[in-house]
Design a protein around this ligand. Sequence first.
Ligand SMILES: Cc1cc2nc3c(=O)[nH]c(=O)nc-3n(C[C@H](O)[C@H](O)[C@H](O)COP(=O)(O)OP(=O)(O)OC[C@H]3O[C@@H](n4cnc5c(N)ncnc54)[C@H](O)[C@@H]3O)c2cc1C
Length: 447
Amino acid sequence: MSVVVIGAGLAGLTAATDLAAAGVETTVLEARDRVGGRTHGIEVAPGAWADAGAAYLGDRHTELHKLLAGLGLSATPTAMWGGSRFALGSGEKTRAGRFPPLNAVALGELFDLLYDLTARVRPDAPWRTPDAAALDTVTAAEWAAGNLRHPDARLFFPLFLGEMMAADPASVSVLHMALYLRSGGGIRYLNAFAGGAQQDRVLGGAHQVAERLAAQLGARIRLNRPVHAIHQQNGRVSVHTGTGEHHHGDAVVVAVPPVLAQAIDYRPGLPAPRATTATGRGCAVKVQIVYREPYWHAHGLSGWSVSATGPLLSTVDDSPPGGDAGVLTGFVTGAEAYRFAALDPAAREAEALHQVAELFPRLPAPVAVHVSDWVNEPYSRGCYAAVFGPGDWSRLGPHLSTPHGRVHWAGTETSTEFFGLMEGAIRSGHRVAAEILSSHETARRKR
Ligand SMILES: Cc1cc2nc3c(=O)[nH]c(=O)nc-3n(C[C@H](O)[C@H](O)[C@H](O)COP(=O)(O)OP(=O)(O)OC[C@H]3O[C@@H](n4cnc5c(N)ncnc54)[C@H](O)[C@@H]3O)c2cc1C
């Protein structure tokens, strides 16, 4: 049997690894000149790396942990000690811990409402949630306008959603918000560092997972091969790239984000779309400001900050362990990411440095600034993941992982477990490989 895998992100590489291990002739076609997709490392000091893409993982990310162990990689704790900085309207404040200086009752009520929503959504099939139709017609912004009365809850909600999902409340359906928060382990788990989804990072950078999987797959990986068309005929599949190549196989795995999967020409055509005009991009720009060392520790600060105005709506200490560099990562998320991404590089850097100087006034000048704009990355089209808008779960959900003949689907957006995260991508890769092997076995028995 031969299989063509499209996309060398974690989903495609996991699927290819499982298929190759089962003796399947496997080819991976990747549009970019690198593997890893939404994981990407930048060298911030000689031999020291920071994550321009995905970074954090927790103990419930069991498939990622298994992969790390198998590849000789390990996790390192996210540093989170010292005070936090907040700029939430009434001047800047330093506080112990991460709870913002806002009305605690109002925030408690906001989280109670969100808990209720996440408890209601059906995690394996959100479109079958009893009141799915109602939840899927309302945006999170409309929900907030109708449910959040206290100004502090209204102020905090978009910041929370930006940090959790990189989503603008105006573009995400309530059903999707509920599913995302539930599939990631619930609000408490997703939002937590120690004991939660952001407890650890991959030592040396998450990009190494893809690079090591790719090294094992060797010549099966073909870079710079954007796929334009997938045709099924006479029990075979042919895959056509922008470089004029044609690859043939018994099956295909499409492991690219839904908006990009939708742009491929399928013959015969798909029975249902992979994305609609309501499907948005997660919008995040990561700004990494590199210092010789994490100077904020000497001031009793953790590097964590939350601001009501951009560009950097939150910052976190992403310094590599070992003291080679201090890295403050700023997250520009939600609607603010679109504004910031449209600026020229000098203006982006100036705005980011101005804000950091206000939040952390006594830092020396940085040695480098790296801006990673995922909003305009042609082969990601947003991050952390696709943002399903009103109607999307009802329309797309039932078909997301259902094969179209010999075309099978993977990618973090096809996983209702840990949707949008590395863990979801890896689980989808295992799922699709098992699906292909099992359908091949069934066909063999029938012969
Ligand atoms: C800034 C940022 C922060 C994040 N933070 C976290 C985090 O802390 N923790 C976490 O778990 N997750 C995080 N994520 C999400 C995580 O990166 C993704 O969920 C995961 O990497 C998705 O993997 P994937 O294989 O499904 O898709 P991708 O990584 O997008 O892989 C798809 C691949 O397909 C390729 N491709 C696209 N179109 C074509 C085509 N037509 N032909 C051929 N190839 C194509 C792409 O180049 C890409 O390599 C973050 C992402 C970003 C960008």
